[in-house]
Ligand binder design. Structure first.
Ligand code: PLP
Length: 430
């Protein structure tokens, strides 16, 4: 397009933008929340115990105690996380809370007694506790580090997972790097599934890292497929056990996007020694988790085949939403260029809750601002990076799970318009 053609297109798009803005839309593609229809799939949880509160071991789920979780929930969690019940702990409604507690516990109290605390080691050496943050990543992981004063080092993500050359080099150089955040399957937000080679190298990290290093393996989307024949994730627990590094791995999950996002159960899998040390810390904050809800979940989810059948019903609701979102991107932007440069690229995830869109460098914040002006809320630009700083200002996370198909369609029409408008206006220097 020559300058005149660009100007004509810009005016056309501006006119469309004004008319959309006048409609005062109120659409939201921000957080990856399950929709009401998805939540309804687990309504059977309510009343499922029918007055029978006894656990397999004859304990009363209504009473205090049981910091590790009830035996039948630990069995279910072990099957879900591909390990054994003795290596699992089951908690309350939030795996994020578990992650926060695991980090604070290692930071302040030490995973192996007070002398092993990260903070103490940093103070003794005059350094700062640091975490590796494959980016783009999950904003709430980064928020935990920021809130606790843990310095974040971004690590590049590629199609197989984090750049392991970079991870290993950084770890070798600095024993105060005490953790790495990982969402190994259908990563939030880029949908990447870590390759076998990456998981294998992850399992070896404990051998090169400083003392008490922890891999935060947040497998939040382990069974959340959007395709037939989903990709497999290598089992980090088995690999770490073989490598003698199980103490360095904390596998985390929950039923937040299986049953009820605000009222599910959460899991940790790691070495028995880690669990024992963590249980001691946790026992100061609580006498035990909500075991009634754990029992409800076991009665409802039963086993992995039943859980997987439920996930297929989630998929039936979610897949059309991703389809509508991707159709709008394909229709509005695929193959389109301005002065030879494409208007953006995006992921086609095989599972999980997000599509990641990349604008041309330097435009993500402008697109988000434009869409907000037209009544479509998007996750703030930069959110997917430590300290909210996307160095290239390109990432926009799109979350289609909560809105209706019609709302997604309408929101994406606005989005596509704003991407083209922002790109043309930059080209014109407007
Ligand atoms: C990667 C990841 N981990 C954890 C969570 C939150 O999990 P929970 O509800 O168990 O706290 C989310 C929610 O979006 C997530 O995307």
């Amino acid at each position: 397009m020559n300058h005149q053609q660009l100007q004509a297109r810009q005016q056309e798009l501006r006119a469309q933008y004004q008319s959309v803005s006048a409609q005062k839309l109120n659409l939201d593609l921000t957080r990856g929340k399950p929709s009401t229809e998805q939540l309804n799939l687990s309504d059977e949880l309510d009343g499922i115990l029918a007055g029978n509160y006894l656990c397999h071991d004859n304990s009363d789920s209504r009473n205090y105690g049981g910091i590790m979780g009830i035996p039948e929930a630990r069995q279910l969690a072990a099957d879900y996380l591909q390990t054994t019940p003795v290596r699992t702990m089951v908690g309350g409604n939030s795996s994020l809370q578990f992650m926060y507690q695991l980090v604070t516990s290692s930071l302040y109290h030490g995973a192996r007694g007070a002398d092993s605390s990260w903070q103490k080691e940093a103070a003794a050496t005059g350094g700062t506790v640091k975490f590796l943050c494959p980016a783009p990543g999950y904003d709430r992981h980064f928020a935990i580090c920021e809130a606790l004063g843990i310095a974040m080092i971004p690590v590049a993500m590629n199609s197989e997972g984090p750049d392991m050359d970079q991870v290993e080099a950084l770890l070798k150089a600095d024993p105060l790097i005490k953790g790495i955040w990982c969402v190994p399957k259908y990563a939030n937000p880029d949908g990447v599934v870590y390759s076998k080679a990456v998981v294998g190298r992850m399992a070896q990290l404990g051998k090169i890292a400083g003392a008490n290093f922890r891999i935060m393996w947040d497998n939040a989307y382990a069974e959340h497929h959007l395709v037939d024949n989903p990709p497999e994730l290598a089992n980090i627990i088995a690999l770490s056990e073989a490598a003698g590094t199980l103490d360095n791995v904390l596998v985390i999950g929950s039923t937040s996007k299986i049953t009820q996002a605000g009222a599910g159960i959460s899991f940790i899998a790691t070495s028995e020694a880690n669990l024992a040390a963590f249980a001691e810390q946790l026992g100061i904050a609580t006498i035990g988790p909500d075991k009634v809800n754990q029992l409800r979940h076991v009665k409802f989810l039963k086993d992995m085949p039943t859980l997987r059948a439920l996930m297929q019903r989630h998929r039936a609701i979610l897949e059309p939403k991703f389809k509508v979102l991707l159709e709008q991107l394909n229709k509005g932007l695929k193959g389109k260029t301005i002065n030879g440069k494409s208007l953006g690229d995006w992921t086609t995830p095989q599972g999980g809750y997000f599509v990641l869109f990349n604008t041309q460098p330097g435009l993500a914040d402008k697109v988000v601002k434009l869409t907000a002006g037209a009544g479509v809320k998007l996750t703030p630009a930069g959110s997917t990076y430590p300290y909210r700083k996307d160095p290239a200002n390109t990432n926009i996370r799109l979350a289609p799970s909560f809105p209706s198909l019609r709302e997604i369609d309408a929101a994406m029409e606005v989005f596509v318009l704003c991407v083209e408008l922002a790109t043309i206006e930059r080209e014109l220097g407007v």
